[in-house]
Design a protein around this ligand. Structure first.
Ligand SMILES: Nc1nc2c(ncn2[C@@H]2O[C@H](COP(=O)(O)OP(=O)(O)OP(=O)(O)O)[C@@H](O)[C@H]2O)c(=O)[nH]1
Ligand SMILES: [Mg+2]
Ligand SMILES: [Zn+2]
Length: 376
């Protein structure tokens, strides 16, 4: 990246002066007096009265807002190390460099105050530049992201993980029951984020062999990779291991489907905590509580995530949903009305294809749900 650095006018959050309590770690860095932080504080005192919301920052303009910011601030790379975020624990991000060293990093003030739609500024999987100081560090810059999986959380973007190529959608054949609608929702998110999805149906030891075939067939026909696995019997785990090899992946799915259990057998010695599924409610107990990046001995990494109760899509307009269904997409051009919603209109090619069996009725139902919810 050798783009020209410019002075850019960017927006900051309004309540910059309202300083919340910060960890000792952050304070320590402030005492070091890193220049950007200083300049911001000085501006606050410069007699402009109420805080101006725009400031000048030296950096590169980012195309799109992949890291949630419109500017990639200039940093003194000579004093920085680059690393990847393994875990975010409140204000502290655990960052690992390529030689395996880990640092507990705080966030430079500038990054905390730039305006963004995001719920949290740093995400697991982020590549960052940070200033090391013993076992600690200060994140100076978050590099532009690709492969961002987000969900919507109270109208803000919650980035679950950044910089992944693959999304392993884990469902369970039983305990808890298989929920194809949730798979469909994750597929839409994967299509939108351009992350390659793999559908992984776990706990097949609990059902009759072959009973999942109709459902598996529907997804396989759309060109998705579908694996039927069991963390208990070991069925098809070599294939899963091979799929994850040398790849940057994330596992997603409801609580209790066996995400952590699968990772424990894919990467022996990991020892992730797993939890029982409640007998009465058939629900998992949210055993994994924070996303965590795990390096694989076969190369690549995978991020284990907490079970998601509701996965609300981020930044998908209602009109876009049909285009994100691989099986519906080919028909939409043949409807009579160009703005057809494929729900109630006459001469709708999508509805016609459900009627004659070319489109799976359950998938179409999923589509209608996601459109109606308004979540999408
Ligand atoms: N029968 C059977 N049980 C399994 C299998 N895989 C996992 N389990 C059980 O399912 C339960 C939940 O497993 P976890 O790995 O904790 O599930 P998780 O998806 O990580 O759940 P959260 O961390 O809560 O999101 C545990 O009791 C596991 O022993 C499987 O293939 N077959
Ligand atoms: Mg788990
Ligand atoms: Zn239509």
């Amino acid at each position: 990246m050798s783009k020209k650095k410019k002075k850019l006018r960017v927006s900051f959050r309004k309540n910059r002066q309202a300083r919340t309590r910060e960890s000792g770690l952050t304070k320590k860095f402030e005492q070091h007096g890193f220049e950007d932080d200083d300049s911001i504080r000085r501006e606050q005192l410069s007699g402009k009265g109420e805080l101006a919301k725009k400031r000048t920052v030296v950096g590169e303009e980012t195309t799109g807002d992949t890291s949630g910011f419109k500017v990639l601030p200039e940093v003194d790379l000579e004093n920085c190390l680059s690393g990847r975020v393994l875990e975010v624990r409140g204000l502290v991000s655990v960052v690992q460099t390529s030689d395996g060293q880990r640092y507990n990093c705080a966030l430079r003030r500038l990054l905390k105050t730039l305006e963004t739609d995001q719920r949290h500024v740093v995400a697991v999987g982020d590549e960052v530049q940070f200033r090391p100081d013993g076992e600690e560090g200060l994140i100076e810059r978050i590099e532009p992201r690709s492969g961002v999986l987000s969900r919507s959380s109270r109208d803000r973007q919650h980035v679950l993980v950044a910089n992944v190529e693959k999304m392993v959608i884990v469902a369970s054949a039983a305990e808890p029951d298989l929920k194809p609608h949730l798979i469909d929702r994750f597929l839409v998110a994967a299509e939108q984020a351009q992350i390659d999805p793999v559908i992984c149906i776990n706990k097949v030891d609990l059902v009759e062999p072959g009973s999942l075939q109709p459902l598996v067939g529907v997804y396989a026909q759309m060109g998705y990779e579908v694996l039927q696995v069991s963390a208990v019997s070991g069925l098809n785990l070599p294939i899963l291991r091979d799929t994850l090899k040398d790849c940057a992946s994330v596992v997603v799915g409801q609580s209790g489907v066996g995400k952590s259990s699968l990772l424990n057998v894919v990467e022996p010695g990991l020892g992730l905590r797993v939890g029982l599924v409640s007998r009465e409610t058939q629900k998992g107990r949210h055993t994994t509580t924070t996303a965590r990046l795990i390096g694989l001995s076969t190369g690549g990494f995978i991020v284990d995530t907490p079970g998601i109760r509701q996965f609300a899509l981020w930044d998908v307009a209602r009109e876009e949903v049909a285009g994100l269904f691989r099986d519906i997409r080919p028909f939409v051009g043949y409807c009579r009305f160009p703005d057809c919603t494929h729900t109630h209109e006459a001469d709708c090619a999508v509805k016609a294809s459900v009627a004659d069996g070319r489109l799976d009725a359950r998938r179409y139902e999923s589509y209608c749900h996601m459109r109606r919810d308004g979540e999408a």
